[in-house]
Design a protein around this ligand. Sequence first.
Ligand SMILES: [Zn+2]
Ligand SMILES: [Zn+2]
Length: 332
Amino acid sequence: MPEFRQNLATKDWVILATERGKRPSDFEKERKQREPAPAYDTNCPFCKGNESQTLEPTYVWPAPDDWKVRVIPNKFAALDPNLSTTRSHVGLFLAAKGFGLAEVVVEHPEHNVNIVSMELEQVTQMLRACRERQAAISQNPKINLVQIFRNYGQGAGTSLIHPHSQIIATPIVPPHVRFPMEQAVLYYDKYGSCVYCDLVREELRQAERVIIESENFVAFCPYAARSPYECRIYPKRHEPSFVLVDDEELYELASVLRDLLGRVHTGLNDPDYNYIIRSSPIGDENTRHLHWYIVVIPKISIPAGFEIGTGIYINTVAPEASARHLRDVTVG
Ligand SMILES: [Zn+2]
Ligand SMILES: [Zn+2]
């Protein structure tokens, strides 16, 4: 029987229609294997030894000549750091110059690894690079939002296979980010608590969608998941911004993230995916109503006409079944 479910935080609706869906094993069969890649590629700008193909790094760890993580300005950025943020009108329509920052986090010197096959220390350092860059970029008075994300595989929008994440920082906080914030303020005013803290507590209480729980983090498929196997990692403690994660938590987060992606990799036969770190806009790092998290979206279904038309996603795999499937995966 199909069912509507509402996202407690954003008020978005989804339709669970599991009869329409295929069983998890069908997805596994349909997936094509990825082409094997070499450890080094002469033409890859991110490979160790090819540093001259990139712009000057904004961050390197541990040392420029023997780096393990490197952050560089994106040569093909969608936005330009040398413009103003002034708004202007074209008749009735509003515009602004395309000011913004775009950087690439090169997660490993080698070409053919992914997060699942990386050492835990490497994943930790990759997350630390993201945190440090978010903190540094946040000092720029013209920037209001720092978005960190990872596109894995062609179907998720990446153009290079070398392991990397991206950072795009904008002067604009769009309605897509603002609207859930406004809902969170209303919830806070009504109930006197952070909606995300309450949501995490409720997911832990209901337990059936939880995949991994550590001391400070929990990974689950949310009650109103928009797509099959959508997962989220939340800090259990109230924490509005990713920049507030301390070094000890970073190591624990790296472990939960690698474990979760390992389950997605093995349990769903290495699908393309996006993950996004949703963090408070700049200046809202200490609010009581916002709470950062990571959302992982395996690219298994494609939003179609109904989703585009209504914003209501039809999810053909119940998040309870998604969580069970990912929980049952044996990660080596
Ligand atoms: Zn490479
Ligand atoms: Zn909270």
